[in-house]
Design a protein around this ligand. Structure first.
Ligand SMILES: Nc1ncnc2c1ncn2[C@@H]1O[C@H](COP(=O)(O)OP(=O)(O)OP(=O)(O)O)[C@@H](O)[C@H]1O
Ligand SMILES: [Mg+2]
Length: 295
């Protein structure tokens, strides 16, 4: 069991990851690398007297699918905010591709390949579903000026090249013409993932994208997330309270409790960790369910 300051990956995810599609040098280099994509070291976020995130260290390897779990108020969203530039950490270090991101604005994180969803979906309700995706594509186009010369988006998987192909990937092709406000809450969550994918990220942070979904929808969401990781070669970090589903799909899970990281290991080990059971899993799932989840 690893706790504070463990910057070592659990195993070489990079070795398992399929070859990148296309040839963009930066993308390819990051994916072949055995260096972590993102390293967070001793991240602390305080709000007045409250320490929401307390010296959390974690690193994420290219191609990993990592879950983050923990009770309400544990600091999960605040940790995401800190590692995506939305909230300035009180202290700690952050590096993406080995380069420090201290003090940078969120758009700098995005320009370096990080995309995220929000716990409360942020879609443009009066815009059509397709136009919400097109907005993300426009952002990606602005930062990838090299395509002006290549005439094609070298290194971008075909499925991320157009709004319609992204809508097909997330299963919203039939809703393309609807205003985003008119689609169901579960479709809103998919749309937000689509908007994040449109920025062509390497690292995707998902904050409770399965919240409020039915059991079947949660399973479908988990399968989609795995497909994104497997087929688009993404690194995905996924916060979710649907613990049994999450544990069946991720290969590593980080547990936060009262702002601290209390576990960072494979699901099989985390479900047997007495501190994790005491803090969270005891309430969230029974023993048999936990065993099944990590089988
Ligand atoms: N902007 C803020 N100002 C003050 N306190 C905040 C702010 N954002 C979060 N907090 C507090 O920080 C703590 C961690 O909140 P956070 O939203 O990160 O938890 P969480 O693990 O995401 O919880 P949940 O599972 O309910 O989404 C909570 O006590 C919360 O009330
Ligand atoms: Mg949260």
């Amino acid at each position: 069991m690893s706790t504070e300051a463990n910057m070592e990956p659990p195993r070489s995810a990079a070795a398992r990851v399929a070859a990148p599609q296309g040839g963009a040098a930066e993308l390819g280099a990051a994916r072949r690398s055995t260096q972590p994509l993102l390293v967070a070291q001793d991240i602390t976020v305080r709000f007045g007297g409250l320490t929401a995130v307390d010296q959390v260290s974690a690193s994420f390897m290219p191609g990993e699918l990592v879950g983050i779990i923990g009770p309400n108020g544990a600091g999960k969203t605040t940790f995401f905010n800190a590692i995506s530039g939305v909230t300035q950490p009180t202290s700690g270090r952050l590096a993406l591709h080995g380069r420090s991101l201290a003090g940078q604005a969120p758009h700098r994180f995005a320009a370096r390949g990080l995309a995220r969803t929000f716990q409360t979906p942020r879609t443009f309700g009066d815009m059509r579903v397709r136009d919400n995706i097109a907005f993300g594509l426009k952002f990606a186009g602005r930062r990838r000026r090299e395509y002006l010369f290549w005439g094609d988006e070298v290194g971008v998987p075909w499925v991320l090249r157009t709004a319609d192909s992204i809508l097909g990937l997330i299963g919203l092709g039939a809703q393309a013409e609807l205003p985003a406000a008119a689609i169901t809450p579960s479709q809103q969550r998919l749309l937000e993932i689509g908007m994040a994918l449109a920025t062509r990220p390497q690292l995707l942070l998902l904050d409770e994208v399965a919240a409020g979904l039915t059991e079947n929808e949660v399973e479908d969401m988990a399968r989609l997330i795995r497909r994104l990781r497997d087929e688009l070669d993404l690194t995905v970090v996924w916060i979710e309270h649907a613990v049994s589903t999450l544990l069946r799909h991720v290969e590593r899970v980080i547990v936060l409790h009262q702002g601290r990281k209390i576990a960072d290991d494979v699901p099989r080990a985390v479900i047997r960790n007495p501190e994790v059971i005491e803090a969270y899993l005891g309430d969230e799932m029974g023993d048999a369910e936990a065993e099944g989840a990590a089988a």
